[in-house]
Write a protein that binds this ligand. Structure first.
Ligand code: SF4
Ligand code: ZN
Length: 284
């Protein structure tokens, strides 16, 4: 590794350490689990978390998206093997009795909406008992999400956009940590390349969020005038976040699966019952 590359990596590692310490105060002895997709962001977050925390487990949800998921699963398995990180793989097929591809064929549900709800349900279930759940969201993702939440007046989601979300504990969920919150996609690509962290090129065939695409392209136009725009959006957001007021939401328990939910029946159980399966509740 060249000298400037080594310096760059040290700087990224220092910034990630500072994010963890400043926002979470979690000790290196904490038991953490990282939600991984096999892509460069979550694998880099896993790698950096394993440099800070002594007990890290990787968690991969296989939704049953042919080709795409097979490749990313293989890549993550190899990476975890090489780095001595335990890996837990769970699947829609085993948990719900149906793959995402079959759900999309059987219903008129949007793939990403169904996938997001069911993945979250599984990640919540399998991260129980850990001190925190690590995710690979980076500066670009967060800046885009800030604008999307502002445009859609999703104040609750906007308020939850921070490097460490400890409030989830009161709802019976595992706190979430985003170690790459202040690291840009460009920096992650460079870091992953230097460190030999795999970045499978395949993208999910369902990835078509038109609104996110528009926000992404607006940001890239604004970036030409202000190359620091992502950092500026996030810095302003973090300064203002404590002023966002939202009505208190009552979180109860889903009548079917017992997971924390703002509705009588959680959205995962609603999807499963719509498909005509009952395994969601049986797996608890
Ligand atoms: Fe799931 Fe959509 Fe992401 Fe594909 S792009 S993994 S369907 S949320
Ligand atoms: Zn439920």
């Amino acid at each position: 590794m060249k000298k400037d590359e080594a310096e760059f990596c040290r700087e990224i590692e220092r910034r990630v350490r500072r994010t963890i310490k400043k926002y979470s105060n979690l000790s290196p002895d904490a038991r953490v689990i990282a939600a991984c997709s096999g892509g460069k962001d979550s694998t880099t977050a896993l790698y950096l978390a394993s440099k800070y925390f002594k007990r890290v487990t990787a968690l991969l949800v296989n939704e049953g998206i042919p080709h795409y998921r097979d490749e990313t699963e293989e890549s993550l398995k190899k990476f975890c093997n090489q780095n001595g990180i335990p890996l837990k793989i769970i699947s829609f097929k085993r948990e719900f009795g149906i793959t995402l591809q079959e759900i999309v064929k059987k219903t008129n549900l949007n793939a990403c909406s169904a996938c997001g709800v069911l993945r979250r349900w599984l990640i919540n279930k399998y991260s129980r008992g850990y001190d925190c759940l690590i995710t690979g969201h980076n500066l670009d993702d967060e800046a885009e999400a800030v604008l999307m939440n502002l445009f859609k007046t999703n104040l609750r989601e906007l308020k939850a956009q921070k490097p460490y979300l400890s409030e989830l504990k009161q709802e019976g969920l595992t706190p979430r940590l985003k170690p790459l919150f202040f690291i840009s996609e460009e920096q992650i690509i460079k870091y992953a390349k230097i460190k030999g962290i795999p970045a499978p090129a395949k993208q999910c065939p369902y990835r078509k969020n038109a609104f996110r695409r528009s926000v992404e392209s607006e940001i890239s136009i604004l970036k030409r005038e202000n190359p620091k725009i992502l950092k500026d959006i996030i810095t302003t957001h973090i300064r203002l976040i404590n002023r966002i007021k939202t009505p208190k939401q009552v979180i109860g328990r889903c009548k079917t699966c017992g997971m924390p939910s703002g509705e009588r029946e959680c959205r995962a159980c609603q999807i499963i019952s719509r498909i005509g399966e009952t395994r969601c509740s049986q797996t608890l």
